[in-house]
Design a binder for this molecule. Structure first.
Ligand code: EPU
Length: 349
């Protein structure tokens, strides 16, 4: 055990030195001591070893290249509005795209925008210019990068349908790939873990600014009336099942589960597919236990296996720096099986 602990300490120390060196060389702000509870909208989740905040797309591309060279595991984070990270200590780097937020560049019906820009702000900017196509996404509290990653959608619109190109980090450079090469599925895309999204060019449709604004207001009003706002949530927790005519929210509601509580996590009384957290003692394990109870009841009553819509991030396994992974039985992302090249500093514990 002592030998294993020593090995781990040395490995982490060597990794930390490498991170410091990379961050200094590229001029990327690097922070220690942050927690997922501060960086995600559910306000739960454990300690993060490092948060790196690249300030420009090119710098971010260079950063992931250097991290991959050293086999240092990382995950990208935007607003943290679709992530449930567990309460453990997460021994990987969080690469926040929040500083990649230069003003969008509009040219006719096209807009080029960076990953860290606020999605609602982009919706408002576009509506002001009389550009339609994303007005329904106005109330989604995320970054453009997060929206691209999961093909965010609401009110019959999805971001993937208006993407002309996406900028990604490849071999240390910013590379533009056509939107049609990406699979834009329901709340899911073909982007892989280890791929950093830096920005996109969207093609919108010219329209009447007043009508666009009215649709935007209508979507916002509907959202305010039917979904919790100001609460600590990650939006809808589960996807709507593809083969069911009843949505997940209605199913959970019909089971009488609104208001059901586990520790600091509650099924929202407003929309049953939202789990909200309350109080200073709320933990990720509360939200996960509640989610699993919902899944069990829905399975028992309807025979349906609900699929998580939020991303579950585990501290037990590290993301592969350049590899892909899969979700294990609890839904937590588990890259180990498919990432032979990933960092193995935790394996002795
Ligand atoms: N309903 C209930 N009880 C509830 C919730 C909903 O009876 O607690 C009923 C509603 O009255 C309505 C039906 O279920 O008749 C559908 O509800 P809603 O219009 O709220 O749509 P949803 O399918 O629950 C989806 C998306 C939302 C998106 C809205 C509006 C998913 C999982 N959810 O919700 O997306 O904002 O449509 O377009 O696809 C998200 O992605 O995080 C999200 C919240």
């Amino acid at each position: 055990m002592a030998a294993a602990m020593t090995a781990r300490t040395i490995d982490l120390a060597a990794r930390d030195a490498a991170i410091e060196q990379i961050a200094a060389k590229l001029g990327v702000p690097a922070e220690r001591g942050r927690r997922f509870a501060e960086l995600t909208s559910l306000r739960v989740g454990g300690a993060i070893d490092w948060v790196l905040s690249p300030q420009a797309e090119e710098q971010a591309a260079a950063l992931v290249f250097e991290l991959a060279q050293k086999e240092i595991a990382w995950r990208p984070l935007g607003s943290g509005s679709n992530v449930l990270a567990d309460d453990g200590a997460h021994h990987y780097v969080i690469l926040t795209v929040k500083e990649l937020k230069t003003d969008p560049v509009f040219q006719g019906a096209r807009v080029s925008v960076s990953a860290g820009y606020s999605l609602p702000r982009l919706c408002i900017d576009s509506a002001r210019r009389g550009l339609s196509g994303i007005e329904g996404l106005n109330g989604i509290p995320g970054t453009v990068g997060g929206a691209l990653w999961m093909n965010a959608g609401a009110f019959d619109q999805e971001i993937g349908t208006v993407v002309e190109t996406v900028r990604v980090a490849r071999d240390g450079r910013v590379v533009e790939i056509p939107g049609r090469e990406v699979k834009w599925n329901y709340r899911h895309t073909s982007f892989q873990e280890g791929e950093l999204l830096l920005g996109a060019t969207l093609v919108l449709h010219p329209g009447d600014p007043e009508k666009i604004r009215a649709r935007m207001e209508e979507a916002k009003g509907q959202r305010m009336a039917t979904q919790p706002h100001g609460a600590r949530s990650a939006g809808c927790f589960f996807k709507n099942p593809p083969a069911s005519s009843i949505g997940t929210g209605k199913m959970i509601d019909d089971l009488g589960m609104k208001g059901t509580r586990k520790g600091g996590a509650v099924v929202s009384p407003k929309h049953a597919n939202f789990i909200v957290t309350e109080g200073d003692d709320a933990r990720a394990e509360d939200a996960l236990a509640l989610a699993e109870e919902i899944r069990e009841r829905v399975k028992r009553e309807h025979g349906i296996d609900l699929e998580y819509e939020v991303e579950l991030w585990s501290s037990e396994s590290e993301p592969g720096a350049v590899a892909t992974g899969s979700h294990n039985s609890t839904g937590f992302f588990d890259p180990v099986a498919t990432a032979p090249g990933s960092d193995t500093t935790e394996e002795e514990s």
